[in-house]
Design a protein around this ligand. Sequence first.
Ligand SMILES: [Zn+2]
Length: 197
Amino acid sequence: MRTTVSFLIGAVFGATGVLMWVTETRANPRLKDEAVSASVPAPGVTPPSVMPTGLPPLQIPVEGIRPENLRRDFDQKRSGGRSHQALDILAPRGTPVVAVADGTIRKLFNSRAGGLTIYQYDEAEKTCFYYAHLDRYAAGIREGMPVKSGTLIGYVGTTGNAPPSAPHLHFAVTRLPPTKEWWKGEAIDPYPLLTAR
Ligand SMILES: [Zn+2]
């Protein structure tokens, strides 16, 4: 009898121990996945669709443009010793411009250099997308308006300092500061975000 009782107690505690281990492993998948995620992917394996910046790939903002049409010009020199810090996408005047990701129209701004511009935030309000030299805004576009990836927001043009003979979208991506001012972001090269599909 005594042996049976201690066996039962042992079995109960043993089962509890196994149960606790299973629960912990389930609650914290990193316990068993650490080794997998730390390993280098085998050749030919598609890398996960998250960029080094931590941002997901973006929709190309100009209708009819494919990744192979884009030319990286983020570091190109501009007047006054500045660099471009953006991506120029050439397209005929009036070509539709669409939102690159879900989010909100934060600011519609007319500046001397950028002309008609849109500042869009992503849903997390950590990233700002900047569309410049627009010919005009899409009908009904207003500040505070939610948009989806692919929503028509404007049309390619040459407003601001774009050469009248070379209509293009000047597209920039910035990482917003915690205080989230639309003019204070830190530039990220948009090219890898638009070509990673
Ligand atoms: Zn530009």
